[in-house]
Design a protein around this ligand. Structure first.
Ligand SMILES: [Cu+2]
Length: 174
């Protein structure tokens, strides 16, 4: 056996093992950030420009009938605090963090979306029944962590306030 070939084989296996390990432990490597290009966002300018400016947050009905929800997690609140979505419609969640590592956890379930500064986390949800679903931050993020909560208000489709494409819905408008 040629030692040089063996060494190359061992190194290759090590590198191949490291790739899933970095994903599992969510190690933030510059290379991974680069590979995630389209999901990157500058946490320092979220409120100033781009997808996560204030009037673009919340629920938006798409022309194909699906729903997009955009949220920001920051110490120690979720913006918007309350999200209204229709029942039985796929909801595409896009959320990012303005500061620390947070997560959006649906109380009473093991559903948990990790939220990192600089990255847009995406998730698909669908609520079968109307009701108020409490959410909380599932990742310890500092002194106010335990007060970091929000809710999803799921309404019957005919009561969903933004029934036209591009329309927006907030919990206040019912
Ligand atoms: Cu937290």
């Amino acid at each position: 056996m040629n030692w040089k070939k063996l060494r190359i084989a061992v190194l290759t296996i090590l590198v191949l093992c490291l790739i899933p390990a970095t994903r599992y432990y969510q190690i933030d490597l510059p290379l991974l950030r680069f590979l995630q290009g389209s999901r990157r966002v500058n946490p320092l300018s979220l409120h100033l420009s781009g997808e996560f400016v204030e009037n673009n947050l919340g629920t938006e009905l798409q022309s194909d009938g699906s729903v997009i929800v955009r949220m920001i997690a920051e110490q120690y609140l979720f913006v918007p605090h309350c999200i209204v979505v229709p029942e039985g419609i796929p909801v595409h969640l896009r959320i990012t963090s303005a500061d620390a590592v947070h997560s959006l956890a649906l109380s009473g379930t093991d559903y948990n979306v990790k939220v990192l500064p600089g990255i847009i986390s995406e998730a698909r949800l669908q609520f079968a029944n109307p009701g108020e679903y409490k959410t909380k931050c599932g990742e310890f993020c500092g002194a106010g962590h335990y007060a970091m909560r929000s809710e999803f208000k799921v309404v019957p489709l005919d009561r969903f306030p933004a029934l036209r494409a591009g329309g927006r819905a907030t919990c206040d408008v019912q």
